[in-house]
Design a binder for this molecule. Structure first.
Ligand SMILES: C[S@@+](CC[C@H](N)C(=O)[O-])C[C@H]1O[C@@H](n2cnc3c(N)ncnc32)[C@H](O)[C@@H]1O
Length: 202
């Protein structure tokens, strides 16, 4: 029997990859290594590696299925600037990387327990150089603003799947970031009521 194709595909990744790339174009460095957390299928990293060939892309995900998918997408598309995916749980105190010039995490903060976001911001503060950015993409609550109905439903469905998941208050994320030397430097409205959030290492 032929081996099953390990490549995963996410329809939302195909929809949001270009708007996210437009945001990245404004904030990523001209060269260096971009570390992606929670790479999932790997379709984002492959797309970005093609659009930004001067950057080295380091994908990661704690899920073995995701890492197999990323590796196979990278092989299929012959991407020389995509490194072998790493096993990184953002909540872990020690990550198997020493530095990164920029970091991205797409749709991770609301689909992982809060300690993963805390770990992400702590490690960003340790791994990034001064001026280095961490770019987050996903839905967020804002202080004093009601969630739009579609995100109220989405939040309920996330919490039903896992009570530790849910749409986070951006101000809470900002507060954790501040403790790690990361300042919120831009918030961009993105399609489907998502935000592109940029933190910069001070
Ligand atoms: C909704 S998927 C997003 C995948 C991809 N970034 C995208 O937007 O298509 C959430 C991803 O977060 C990863 N994840 C969950 N908990 C995590 C953690 N503690 N640290 C890092 N990644 C985590 C999962 O393995 C999964 O691949």
């Amino acid at each position: 029997m032929p081996d099953q194709d390990p490549r995963l595909s996410s329809p939302s990744a195909l929809r949001n990859r270009d708007p996210i790339a437009d945001l990245l174009r404004h904030v990523l460095p001209d060269s260096g290594t971009v570390l992606e957390l929670a790479s999932g299928s790997g379709e984002h990293v492959i797309h970005f590696a093609r659009l930004f060939p001067n950057l080295i892309w380091q994908p990661s995900d704690p899920s073995p299925e995701a890492r197999a998918s990323i590796e196979h997408w990278a092989k299929t598309d012959v991407m020389p600037n995509v490194l072998t995916p790493l096993d990184i749980d953002a909540a872990a105190e020690i990550w198997p990387v020493e530095r990164a010039d920029a970091m991205i995490a797409i749709n991770m903060v609301h689909i992982s327990p809060w300690p993963a976001t805390q770990g992400l911001l702590t490690s960003a503060g340790q791994l990034l150089p001064v001026g280095g950015v961490l770019v987050l993409y996903g839905p967020y609550r804002r202080q004093g603003q009601p969630l739009v109905p579609s995100n109220v439903e989405f939040d309920a469905s996330l919490r039903a799947r896992n009570p530790a998941w849910g749409i986070r208050l951006l101000e809470d994320v900002e507060s954790v970031a501040g403790q790690s030397g990361m300042a919120l430097t831009s918030v961009t409205e993105m399609p489907a009521n998502n935000l592109g959030v940029v933190f910069t290492r001070q």
